[in-house]
Structures are given as C-alpha cells and as structure tokens.
Design a protein around this ligand. Structure first.
Ligand code: HEM
Ligand code: MYR
Length: 419
C-alpha cells in the first residue's frame, strides 16, 4: 500500500543552481542515488523544483492532465534556444494544432530527401577534406548540416552566406546553459537569425519569393492558427528556426558518432557493408549513451498525489532524459556502449528518451526525431565506411558539466580519402 502524502526527499538549502551547472548531466542522477529515490525536490533558479528520472516518471511527466508547458522553460533558454511563443511553450488544442504543422513536414518522402541531401553534402565535404591537412568534424558537420537544413526546408542560402548562418544557428544551441560571452553570443544570434528568417517569410507571403511546394518555408509561412490567422511574423520565424536550428544541432550527435567510431573498433567493423539495420542500432546507441539534451521541463497543471508524493499546482518539474537513458533498472550495463542491445529492443515511448518521450503528434516529443535518425545513419556510413582518415593525438574526452557536451577536440581527422 502506498502511503498518502509522505514527504518527498528534499535537498536542503536556498538554491542549487551552481551545483546543477557543475554536475550538469549527472546532477539529478547523483541525487537520486543519494536519496535512493527517482523523484526528489530541490531549488533551482530560485524556485522549488521537482526532479525525476526513469520510465514511470516519464510516463507521468507526459500525462497532459498533470503537466503543462506554459511558463516552464527557463527565460535564458527562451532567449537563445527556443525563442518566444514557439511550439515548446504551448498546451492543449493550440499545441496539437501547431504540432500538426510540424508533423505534416515529416512524410516518408521528406525523410528520403533529407537522407539524399545529407549524402550529397557529405560527398562534397569529403572531396574538400582531401585537399586539407586536417579538419574538425564538429565544425564541418555544422556547415554541412546548415546547407542540408536550408535546402530541405526551402530556405535560399548562397555559398558565401554559409559561414555566417552556421555561426548564428550554432550559437543558438551552444549557448542556453552558458554564462558570459557565449550566452550573449546566443542572444545576439537569435536577434539576427529571427530577422533573417522573418525577411524570408515576408517575401514568401508577398510573392516576392516562391518557396518550394510542401517545404517547411511554404508550410510555416502560410500556416493558420486555430483562429484562422496567419502566424505573426515573429512566431513564424521562431518556428522556422525550430526546424533549421535543430538540424544543424545534429552536428553534436555527429561528433559523438565519430567518437564512437574511433573508440569502438569492434563495433565499427560490424558496419562494413553499410547494413541499414546495423547503422540504425549504432546510432540509437549513440543517442542513448552520450550526453546531449539533459532535461525537459514542465509545470504541475493541478494538485495531484503520485506514489504518496504531493505535486502542487505550478511546481516546476524536470524530467532527466540522460538519467533515464542510463537507468540501471532499465538498461543492461548502461555504461557500456553496446549497439547490439537494440537488436532485441521492443521499443517503449518512456524508456529510451534522448529526444523526449510519449507521442510525437499529441505530446511534446521531438518533431525531428526521424529526421535526426536519417541524418545520423548517413553520416555514420561516411565516418565508418566511406572515408579513410588518420586520427592524430588529441583530447577526445568530454565533460558532464558542459551543456551541451562535446568531445573537447571537436574530433580532428587528417589525411582524409574518399573510399
Ligand atoms: C522537441 C531533442 C533534433 C524539432 C525536442 C525535445 C527534445 C529534443 C528533448 C523536447 C521534448 C519535450 O520537451 O518533451 C532533440 C535532439 C535533437 C533534436 C537531441 C538532435 C539534434 C530535432 C530536429 C528537429 C527538431 C532535427 C527538426 C524538425 C523539434 C521540435 C520540438 C522538439 C519542433 C518541439 C516539440 C513540441 O514541443 O511539441 N527535441 N531534437 N528536433 N524538437 Fe528536437
Ligand atoms: C534543438 O536545437 O532544439 C536541439 C538540440 C539542442 C540542445 C541544447 C542543449 C541545452 C538545452 C538545455 C535545455 C533545458 C530545457 C529545460
């Protein structure tokens, strides 16, 4: 029998934001181990915050009657990564309607197209790498994916613009958990990127530029909200950036994929022949194993009791994505990189949640999860099978306190040859 209203394990003290920044991806896991509980209470950014991890916690978190997103994302995340009034901040009907706009872009044809574009730009990049002494995979992947993202989304991009636009889009996801100059770079990048994309949407709406049919640019420019109105220009720009920014952010997964290829020679060997299923298992394990999106946040919709713990209306609540993907009750040897574990994986919307859990159409689970898989499989094939290269001495370690984390050297390779 569950006890009614037992006190939730709670961290003492006024504020633990500094510890969160210091321990990063491990902050929640460390305390769940200390408390021997997958749910506990703390104070972050000056407010009482519930932290949770695990499959049951994820199922609870994605129950729309229990949690809402309005006012949940920290201001600094809105000012850099998300933007204002985007799909991430909506609830109920308004969310479903906006989310349907995103999901309408995710057809099988659209997945095939992103795959082909990824291949095309990797082929061009690989040829270019051959002419250079060495290249940094992370920086190159960002530029390559900026081209992929814009072409896929119908956004015109001249070759001489690539560096600037890549810089802005990169700063949006490199900055949200930083302080000082990196954070300011993210804020400036948001102003510049929104103004760039707003201009494009204005041109499309005024027929000065024809966006390709069914492209994200066309769909978002002419999307009508529940009240039948076009999105206001700023919101439309925020949603356009919610497409092209995260495609560029897959570069972080590509850097970790490269790291796994370098450090797991036995697993790399299994990829010879480019078998689609094996490529798939490898990148799933990359998404499970390496730290990327740490937590997602919501607020308690109405008072309720769960496992005897009281959840009070309005309380900020964080679901630990990294910690759930490494939960010892859910994963065999969670700290071992084992793509083969996905051979027998039967799937569960709340256990393997690198890009959020629950349902893509009705909940807040990542709209771009399938795009991510296609980009990663194609990129893995290049890194494992379609290029040869040397890996010089470098710092391949990554930190659990950097959010987002990245191998420190950005992965440098030399003497690249297409094979
Ligand atoms: C939402 C992760 C790539 C578009 C999310 C969420 C996470 C996430 C954790 C929030 C889930 C939640 O709050 O419940 C990632 C990671 C990616 C990635 C790690 C790898 C780079 C993409 C791509 C797209 C995309 C390629 C392109 C369309 C979105 C959108 C949402 C979202 C539109 C908001 C969904 C909603 O609020 O309903 N993503 N994502 N993401 N993602 Fe991604
Ligand atoms: C995207 O661009 O949407 C996908 C990847 C972004 C990763 C950024 C990592 C930092 C996120 C901190 C978020 C905290 C949310 C409450």
């Amino acid at each position: 029998m569950l006890e009614e209203n037992r006190p939730m394990p709670a961290e003492e003290g006024l504020d633990h934001s500094l510890a969160f920044l210091k321990e990063g991806y491990l902050y929640i896991t460390n305390r769940t181990l200390g408390f021997q509980s997958d749910v506990f209470e703390t104070r972050l950014l000056g407010e009482r915050t519930i932290c949770m991890r695990g499959e049951e916690a994820a199922r609870l978190f994605y129950d729309e009657d229990k949690f809402i997103r309005f006012g949940a994302a920290p201001k600094r995340v809105i000012k850099t990564l998300f933007g204002e009034n985007g799909v991430q901040t909506l609830d109920g009907e308004a969310h479903r309607h906006r989310k349907a706009m995103f999901m309408s872009l995710m057809s099988d044809d659209a997945m095939q197209r992103i795959r082909e574009l990824t291949r095309k730009y990797w082929e061009i990049a690989a040829k270019n790498f051959e002419t250079r002494k060495e290249v940094e995979i992370y920086e190159e992947a960002k530029e390559l994916l900026c081209r992929v993202a814009c072409e896929w989304a119908g956004v015109p991009l001249e070759p001489e613009e690539v560096r600037e636009k890549t810089g802005w889009l990169g700063a949006l996801f490199e900055s949200p958990a930083s302080i000082g100059i990196t954070y300011m770079k993210g804020r400036n990048a948001r102003t510049k990127a929104e103004s760039w994309v707003s201009g494009l949407i204005e041109d499309v709406r005024a027929n000065r530029f024809t966006a390709p049919e069914h492209s994200a640019l066309a769909v978002i420019s002419f999307h009508r909200d529940l009240n039948g109105q076009l999105l206001d220009l700023k919101t439309a720009a925020v949603e356009m950036l919610n497409i092209i920014r995260p495609i560029v952010a897959v570069s972080i997964y590509i850097a970790f994929t490269a790291l796994a290829v370098i450090q797991q020679p036995e697993e790399r060997e299994k990829l010879a022949g480019s078998d689609e299923v094996r490529l798939g298992h490898f990148i799933q394990e990359v998404r499970r194993f390496y730290p990327f999106f740490p937590v997602t946040a919501a607020r308690v919709a109405e008072d309720f009791v769960w496992k005897g713990y009281r959840f009070e209306q309005g309380t900020l609540t964080m679901l630990d994505l990294y910690g759930t993907n490494h939960h010892p009750d859910l994963w065999d040897k969670p700290e071992k990189f084992m793509p083969d574990r996905f051979h027998h994986w039967r799937g569960s919307p709340f256990r393997f949640i690198p890009q959020g859990g629950g349902d893509h159409d009705t909940g807040h689970r990542c709209a771009g999860e399938w795009l991510t898989l296609e980009i990663m499989k194609e990129s893995l094939d290049f890194l494992a099978n379609r290029m040869s290269y040397d890996v010089p001495q470098q710092d391949l370690s990554y930190s659990f306190s950097d959010i987002p984390s990245l191998p420190h050297s950005n992965i440098v390779i030399q003497n690249v040859r297409s094979v």
